[in-house]
Design a protein around this ligand. Sequence first.
Ligand code: GLP
Length: 265
Amino acid sequence: MEIIILRSAESVAAMAGELVAELLRVQPAAVLGLATGSTQLSLYRNLVEKYRDGGISFRGTTSFNLDEYLGVASENPQSYRTYMNREFFGCIDIDKRNTFLPCCGEDENPRLVGPRYEQKIREAGGIDLQLMGIGYNGHIGFNEPSSSLRSRTRVKTLTKQTLKDNSRLFAKNEFQPKLAITMGIATIMDARRILLLATGTNKAEAVRKTVEGPVSAMCPASVLQMHERVTVLLDEAAAAELSNRDYYDWTHLQNEALKDRFSDK
Ligand code: GLP
């Protein structure tokens, strides 16, 4: 794992934006794995700015989101589809027909959505770069603690903790979904590269377990230790509980000279 600790949440978004831009320069038709959540918002703003400045284009890209609520129509303001259209797809030149979320139509069997989504990802040639955040309990996508480490896209029941954490985004009497369709952990692990962003004190414990704890289904993000190319971008607050901090800073200094992180040359 490459652990990079930066001064602020803004620097995390800026560096993530740079890494995505580097990838798009080398591979304009990259397949992107995308995520929702508040941490990703500044990254999307950064990428939209880069697009507006003419620095990057998403015209050739295809995207697959990690997850979507079940029981919430795509047009619902609370759906992740709405979030993605509002925060990202609607602000860049990506062809919306090439943007996918594991949505389940009203008359569809939710159990069929997962295998179909996996098939689509395979047809697109697999995910080149998966962006993601992390839940307070170490979830990635909506793979809650105790998720099978070999899971594929499927329906998951959200934990009471996740419902509580995300309740801030719902009005008092608004319907808050308890189910979601999420890429599985094995689906995520198939991505060629992974970029995990975490900021703020309340992520510090999950980050410690992910980076320095044992690989365990009780902290789904810890499985990323088994992936070949993961970069973890943290602000000071999210890195506060790491014990191997000196080494991460030292490594980052040595690596800073490395250019073209995403070229395979
Ligand atoms: C949700 C999403 C996750 C995201 C997490 C953290 O639960 N399903 O993909 O990582 O929220 O979100 P935030 O960045 O808002 O803390």
